[in-house]
Design a protein around this ligand. Structure first.
Ligand code: MRU
Length: 334
């Protein structure tokens, strides 16, 4: 699908390292950063050189492996990485999986086992997202018009994952199957992740149009959108879904105009221990993300990075196990 990778191992046994595609430089520059230690991995997540829930999880797993290579204790590594970003549950999911596996392995083999498990997490994420594409494809094929008019928010393409993407995976699958699709891409202020989606779609040759976030309601009202499909950072057990701030407004507009609103995410994004959206921690980011003109002035800034879409506004949650009603997540195998 594309020749670039968001994350891959590099180096050798004596000098292990991980290469990441630096998303803070995209779309202007395609640049890679080499991670050689725990602090660099934590920094990459914190400043969003890597971003998107599944990729944050995979990077954290590699962060643990790098930490063990440095001789840092497992618990310390987990604490540092867990504190980087609060909303994307894939981070905690990956760290807990690393802890479970590594606590069982003998100290002498722990280091190798950490790299093996990080590799498995990365591989499984790519496989899960490919399956999301296959399960989501019929939802696009079922739309009567061509091109299918899809709307998305933020970036939930391959950049946000190890490969394939989540919300964009069914769009890639449709494109590969010869189903014409046009994507409305919302800019996603303040970090402009929509530009990443536009960049991805341009590379794949998929027609798309960038819009200001506030244009979404109008386009939906005008009948220019057949379905909305977004990713997720954390899905509560009752189906309430945290995703990039602005998602909820799209879900409200979709419901008001009776078009489907899908969430696409791997099972690793479902937090079965979290009862509902009210219990999801919402990351508050620095006001500097609004740009110099605002953050250097006296204007107070609030910058919540995510919002929560209630389960009742969600038509279906597309996972690697199939499409589930948001209120039916109990049927998912864990
Ligand atoms: O702050 P970000 O860019 O990490 O937020 C990303 C999103 O909100 C994505 O939509 C979500 O993580 C799903 S990614 C497959």
């Amino acid at each position: 699908m594309n020749e670039l990778r968001t994350i891959c191992e590099d180096g050798d046994a004596a000098h292990p390292s991980v290469l990441i595609l630096d998303q803070t430089r995209l779309p202007a520059q395609t640049a890679f950063v080499r991670l050689t230690n725990l602090e660099q991995a934590a920094h990459a997540i914190r400043v969003m050189q890597v971003r998107g829930a599944p990729l944050i999880g995979a990077t954290a797993a590699y962060g643990v492996a790098l930490a063990l290579s440095e001789g840092i204790a497992l618990e310390q590594a987990i604490d540092v990485l867990a504190a980087t970003r609060p909303t994307a549950v894939n981070l905690r999911w990956a760290l807990e999986r690393m802890r479970r596996v590594l606590e069982k392995s003998a100290v002498a083999t722990r280091h190798d086992r950490a790299w093996q498990e990080a590799r498995a997490i990365a591989r499984e994420d790519a496989e899960a997202n490919a399956a999301i594409g296959r399960h989501g494809l019929p939802r696009l094929q079922a739309v009567g018009r061509r091109p299918v008019q899809a709307m998305t928010h933020c970036n939930a393409g391959w950049l946000a994952t190890v490969a394939h993407g989540t919300a964009i995976a069914p769009i890639y699958a449709a494109h590969d199957a010869g189903v014409a699709v046009h994507v409305w891409v919302s800019e996603t202020r303040p970090r402009n992740q929509g530009l990443l989606t536009a960049w991805e779609l341009a590379h794949a040759g998929i027609p798309h149009t960038l819009i200001a976030d506030n244009a979404a309601g109008l386009l939906i009202m005008q009948g220019k959108v057949d379905l909305v499909i977004v990713g997720a950072d954390r899905i509560a057990a009752n189906g309430d879904t945290a995703n990039k701030v602005g998602t909820y407004l799209k879900a409200l507009a979709a419901r008001a105009h009776d078009i489907p609103f899908y969430v696409a995410a791997p099972v690793s994004t479902i937090d079965f221990a979290c009862p509902n959206g009210g219990a999801i921690p919402i990351e508050e980011r620095d006001g500097a993300e609004f740009g110099d003109k605002v953050s250097r002035g006296d204007t107070p800034v609030a910058n919540p990075a995510f919002d929560v879409t209630p389960a009742q506004l969600i038509t279906g949650i597309i996972t690697e196990q199939g499409v589930f009603p948001a209120a039916g997540l109990a049927a998912i195998k864990r």
